[in-house]
Design a protein around this ligand. Structure first.
Ligand code: ZN
Length: 268
């Protein structure tokens, strides 16, 4: 594997850190220290961008809309798992890497804050699809592919989500392999802070930046940009496990799916 560069610098910084710093960087309960595009009641708070789950009285008082959303979401997840070449390819790659996936255990539909469509929870090793924002099969496929790339990186690459460079790398890979290649709608709204000629790279950097900033409340835009630039040369060319950048409106995702067999993935 090429993408994880276990930074010794980071390790030695940690060992020379003060006691207070150590305490804040090692507590998994401190959600603000964790990097993932992530998730609501899991964060243990009803404030900020994440909502608390609804109570039974909300359902009784007619605020049960999310129940309908949840059922539709589960149906879309099931359909993607059965039919989407990308999702099946990712699941095959995970299985072949010893990280087999059980939909009921590893994928959950939940209500999220309006600006979030999905997330990956490394503690539970679970992908979250936001049933109130990811409302159609296309979006669900995008969310699943993105989050399964995080799961793949976590499974296979000894990913440390608390390490900003690792987080930047997996977000670059997810943007590269999922969003920027086939989600055409995203491209049109691309307002970039990066000075890059290549549109695709520009898209990947911008998308990765917004994901990193959403995942880490405590860091500045400059810190996030610096991390992305630092790991970009290494992480952008790493196309595993999809093996190619998918062109929009092409048969690329089907080709990638067929090629999965040559990589030895256990694809259904
Ligand atoms: Zn992400």
């Amino acid at each position: 594997m090429t993408f994880i560069d276990y930074s010794n610098e980071e390790k030695s910084n940690k060992s020379s850190a003060t006691k207070e710093e150590k305490a804040t960087t090692t507590l998994p309960e401190d959600a603000s220290q964790w990097g993932y595009d992530m998730y609501p009641e899991r964060k243990g708070t009803s404030s900020g961008p994440y909502k608390k789950s609804r109570s039974i009285t909300d359902y009784l008082s007619g605020k049960g809309r999310d129940n309908i959303d949840k059922i539709r979401c589960e149906r879309n997840v099931y359909k993607c798992v059965k039919e989407s070449p990308l999702v099946k390819l990712m699941m095959g790659a995970l299985r072949s890497s010893g990280c087999g996936l059980d939909i009921r255990r590893h994928i959950a539909c939940e209500e999220c804050a309006p600006q979030v469509s999905g997330g990956y929870d490394p503690i539970m090793n679970q992908v979250i699809v936001c049933h109130n924002t990811a409302k159609n099969e296309g979006i669900v496929q995008g969310v699943l592919t993105h989050e399964l790339i995080h799961m793949f990186d976590y499974c296979r690459n000894d990913l440390d989500f608390k390490n900003l460079d690792h987080l930047a790398c997996t977000e670059i890979r997810a943007a590269n392999l999922a969003h920027c290649s086939f989600m055409s709608a995203w491209m049109s709204g691309n307002a970039s802070v990066f000075n890059i000629k290549e549109t695709h790279q520009d898209c990947v950097k911008s998308k990765a930046l917004s994901s990193v900033l959403a995942a880490r409340s405590g860091i500045s835009k400059t810190e996030a940009i610096n991390a992305i630039e630092r790991v970009f040369p290494k992480c952008y060319p790493d196309l595993e496990p999809i093996g190619r950048r998918l062109r929009r409106n092409s048969y690329d995702m089907y080709k990638a799916y067929e090629e999965g067999y040559y990589y030895g993935y256990d694809i259904p």
